[in-house]
Design a protein around this ligand. Structure first.
Ligand code: PHE
Length: 464
């Protein structure tokens, strides 16, 4: 039985749903960390320039392809052009690889939320707490299942009752929490053991003022590549999601306006996440504390900061992990939906069956990711130079290899085979004004594929 294709009720619903996919763990822990590492304000400037060019071009192309074909990522490309199914397969493979590990991390977030809910923040800030949690064979899997179940409930409720409605509540709530914690962060004043006083405002200065001292041309190139990789992940492009969400947008919605709003929202939350995290970490942990990256920033450094805050720390910790949970949940839902919609379109399966099937898949591979920290532990050296476990391998294959390859494919298809006009016609079909039209053409044909190619080479271990 074929079900009627769901759609978003209004433009606002679509914008919030797409933004809720875009706003995720990437905005909250990866962006602030990269900004601190890459010269503060310098990174911000580079990122914003890339967002309104590079990010805008890819986002526009994908959303337009989705709305034009009304298909899921797996089936959209071949509908546009015969023989382009492999690109659809990549577009569906990326979320399928990301989903298991994103769910595992989603489980970690729920775990920390429960820690603050039960007032155990000080235990969680002890050395070794996070690694002993990961070393447990059962707990991380249980929390991951909770995360998957929460996503599945929203997916089962469908595109408007589930995805659209939940985004309308969770996104404003998230924004309020980020703003509230940011304000708190800026008021911090901490006296260290050696008597020196560090304030949140000093931390803000480190975040905002571009630091170019000692920067060579090649490290500047590194900043650009970091920023483009981050943007890519942050906007949820090249993973089929924006095609799936684009396919649910009504034909009379103004895509040009919606795309601007999605970009602004995503960038705003990433920027505010920096205002929230960097001043607090700087005040309590100094410059060294800020160098902590990745999972350790969120699950090791921040819990220590919350404990140092004393009494309010537990409340701030609770609000913080609630907010991170909202961000992770809505992104998790979008990854889940990209795969479910592909299964539905490809096999003509019902939403319910597809949801259960995809959920079981994620459960099995997600459990393997969790066990990768204990029973299935091994370490490999990745071409990027870092060592990693199962999670890092999946992350590497999806983000560093398949996403650039898929996005280059999209640029070739849109820029050279179908011609940019296909996308331009789609976004202007109700007479919308598309002021970045020529910019779009130049970007999609030349600039974006060139940057992507460099990113891909870098991932493969060239010029490192
Ligand atoms: N864009 C999300 C973020 O910034 C991440 C994400 C990845 C979302 C994969 C969906 C799929 O965290």
């Amino acid at each position: 039985m074929e079900e009627k294709r769901n759609s978003f009720r209004g433009s606002l619903g679509f914008v919030l749903a797409a933004a809720s996919s875009a706003v995720g763990l990437g905005n909250i822990w990866r962006f602030p960390y990269l900004a601190a590492k890459d010269g503060g304000g310098l990174f911000l400037v580079v990122y914003i320039i890339l967002a309104v060019t590079f990010g805008f071009a890819l986002l526009t192309a994908e959303i337009a392809i989705g709305r034009k074909t009304k298909q899921s990522p797996l089936t959209a490309y071949s509908k546009l052009k015969k023989g382009w199914k492999p690109l659809g397969v990549i577009g569906c493979l990326v979320p399928a690889i990301i989903m298991p590990y994103y769910s595992a991390i989603g489980g970690w977030v729920i775990k920390y939320f429960t820690v603050y809910l039960t007032n155990q923040g000080s235990a969680a800030s002890q050395d070794g707490y996070f690694s002993s949690f990961l070393g447990n064979t059962v707990q991380p899997i249980v929390f991951m299942v909770l995360f998957l179940a929460a996503c599945a409930v929203i997916i089962l409720m469908g595109v408007n009752k589930g995805i659209e409605k939940s985004s309308k509540v969770l996104m404003p709530a998230l924004l309020l929490l980020v703003i509230a914690i940011s304000i708190f962060s800026l008021t911090i004043k901490f006296t260290a053991a050696d008597g020196s006083v560090r304030t949140g405002l000093q931390g803000l200065k480190i975040y905002l003022v571009p630091s170019v001292a000692g920067m060579s041309f090649s490290s500047f190139l590194g900043v650009i590549l970091d920023a483009s990789g981050q943007l890519f992940f942050s906007l949820s492009v090249a993973m089929g999601i924006m095609i799936a969400y684009g396919s649910y947008v009504s034909d009379d919605a103004n895509l040009v306006k919606s795309i601007n709003q999605i970009e602004i929202f995503d960038t705003l939350v990433a920027f505010l996440a920096g205002v929230m995290i960097i001043p607090a970490v700087y005040a309590f942990a100094g410059t060294e504390g800020m160098e902590a990256s990745g999972p350790s920033l969120m699950f090791i450094t921040l819990p220590k900061v919350f404990t140092d805050m004393g009494f309010v720390g537990n409340i701030i910790g609770l609000l913080f992990f609630a907010m991170v949970f909202f961000a992770a949940l809505t992104s998790g839902v979008s990854i889940y939906e990209a795969i479910v919609s592909s299964v539905m379109d490809q096999f003509n399966a019902s939403r319910k069956k597809s949801t259960v099937f995809v959920g079981l898949y994620a459960l099995i591979f997600g459990a393997a990711v969790c066990l990768g920290y204990n029973k299935l532990y091994f370490e490999v050296k990745l071409p990027t130079g870092s060592t990693g476990q199962i999670l890092d391998i999946l992350d590497y294959i999806s983000n560093n290899i398949l996403m650039p390859v898929g996005a280059i494919g999209t640029c070739i298809l849109v820029g050279w085979i179908l011609k940019p006009k296909t996308v331009i016609d789609e976004v202007t079909k109700n007479g919308e004004k598309f002021s970045r039209k020529y910019l779009f053409i130049a970007l999609i044909k030349f600039v974006v594929p060139a940057i992507l190619l460099i990113l891909l080479f870098k991932s493969l271990g060239f010029f490192s």
